[in-house]
Design a protein around this ligand. Structure first.
Ligand SMILES: *Cc1c(COP(=O)(O)O)cnc(C)c1O
Length: 463
């Protein structure tokens, strides 16, 4: 063992090798040196554990190569989403429209008037951007952008309800995910939660019963990721807003997903839109930028000017503010909504949701044919199934789709799923009924040949 260890070359002599010098030209001396050290360490461990009984330079060089890939590769990797879930939170939610990507590119590579008033020639505010577009598109008096919708709720609850009682329906005490639970959020903002009604039945009278001098606001939370169905009742927006305002209380709505256009036209069920809630009289409505809106991660607050003004002056806002890239992308995305037909065509989230089962079937067949040409060992069928909107939007809506169900002889479905996931292309699929399923709703056209190539590499390696 000692002899084996003694055969390991020194870092410096490895650095002098031609392969390493080539790498140094492309990357940095530091990175190559680190990879050599990691490669040597790995080999040393293998010798000490008795796993390696011969010294092989080729094996060592391969180990250094692997370490190098590991060191230089970003941890945030591009994936191929073949799950069919459009707003897949784990995979980064909304893809941006080309217009939004271009806006980010410009804002990132140039100085901008982010906080500069060009007319006056002095300091301006970043909150002026996007504001007019949001007012125009939602009918609200004013608007404010923060980091995400969780931050939006945190901001208005802290700024406007601290130390006061907040009335909220028992049916709306939701957990959004990642431990963002409405009851905890309200309490962490320093407000006192007053639960109203029963989980399935809540009336205006239930709210009225709790209104007293300590009451600070009524909060409505859209139960975006689940539904209470059956024997249920909850007050209309109009009635609840009337109760709040009759008692001189502000009323807020955490809508979660932000719909600016009605998707019933493309066959989805009814969901309240932002303009509707503004028209119903809510003082503030908040929603995410990267859910149904199809823009960048952001929290958008629209509503009455007097409240938004208070939020703009609140110190916490500084900690929740968005960067220029987000504002640029959001502005470009919102621009598209001026023409709803254009928004449907250009915003990937809306386009993917609107895809018909027939359209998806065509894409799945295209993938299937390409697979069959390359891989005789693969068998596939087309199955009708359903995809999801995701991101806590339209929780019970099933979007009709076709799945390409694939099996490869000599590999289990779980092996195949893992191999696809761990490949360089990182193809994320679903395993169902003994097959690996591809839902082409969320696969981009240019990714089809990549999937075929990846499958062929996997099968080749398994041989
Ligand atoms: C998704 C969601 C949130 C959190 O929004 P983020 O933008 O993810 O922070 C808050 N409330 C509701 C009702 C939601 O659906």
């Amino acid at each position: 063992m000692k002899e084996l260890l003694a055969q390991l070359p020194a870092v410096d002599s490895l650095l002098k090798r031609e392969e390493m010098q080539e790498l140094i030209k492309k990357f940095t001396h530091q990175e190559v040196k680190r990879a050599i050290k990691e490669g040597l360490d790995e080999t040393r461990q293998a010798i000490l554990s008795g796993q390696l009984t011969d010294f092989s330079l080729d094996r060592l060089l391969q180990g250094i190569q692997n370490a190098f890939i590991h060191i230089t590769a970003p941890t945030l990797k591009v994936t191929i989403n073949a799950t069919g879930t459009v707003l897949h939170t784990n995979l980064g939610r909304a893809l941006l429209a080309d217009e939004a990507k271009e806006a980010i590119q410009l804002a990132a590579s140039h100085y901008t008037n982010l906080e500069y008033d060009l007319e006056a020639g002095h300091r301006g505010t970043r909150y002026q951007h996007v504001q007019n577009l949001l007012k125009e598109l939602t009918g609200a008096e004013d608007a404010l952008i923060v980091n995400n919708n969780a931050a939006a709720v945190l901001l208005y609850m802290t700024a406007l309800t601290k130390g006061k009682e907040v009335l909220i329906s028992r049916g709306e005490l939701v957990e959004i995910g990642g431990s963002f639970r409405i009851p905890d959020v309200i309490e962490s903002c320093g407000a006192i939660l007053r639960e109203v009604g029963a989980t399935n039945k809540v009336k205006v009278a239930d709210y009225r019963q709790y209104v007293n001098e300590e009451t600070g606001a009524i909060l409505r939370v859209h139960t975006s990721n689940y539904r209470v169905v059956g024997f249920t009742e909850s007050p209309s927006d109009k009635d609840l807003v009337a109760l709040a305002h009759d008692n001189h209380l502000p009323i807020f709505n955490d809508l979660g997903s932000g719909l600016l256009i009605d998707l019933q036209e493309i066959g989805l069920s009814y969901e309240p839109t932002i303009p509707e809630l503004i028209a119903a009289g809510y003082d503030l409505v908040s929603f995410s930028g990267d859910k149904l809106l199809g823009g960048p991660q952001a929290g958008i607050i629209v509503g009455k000017k007097s409240f938004i003004e208070q939020l703009k002056r609140f110190p916490l806002l500084r900690a929740l503010r968005t960067d220029k890239a987000t504002l640029a992308a959001l502005e470009a995305t919102l621009h598209l909504y001026r023409d709803p037909e254009k928004a449907m065509r250009k915003i990937p989230t809306l386009r993917m949701i609107a895809k018909t089962a027939e359209e998806i079937k065509g894409k799945a067949e295209e993938l299937g044919r390409a697979i069959s040409q390359r891989l005789p060992q693969a068998t596939w069928t087309l199955e009708s199934g359903s995809s999801q909107v995701g991101g806590g939007s339209y929780p019970i809506e099933k979007l009709p789709t076709y799945l390409l169900a694939l099996t490869v002889s000599g590999m289990s479905e779980d092996q195949l799923e893992a191999a696809l996931r761990l490949s360089d292309a990182h193809v994320i699929t679903r395993v169902m009924n003994g097959a690996v399923c591809f839902d082409m709703r969320t696969v981009l056209d240019e990714q089809v040949p990549i999937i075929v190539e990846t499958l062929s590499e996997i099968v080749e390696r398994e041989k």
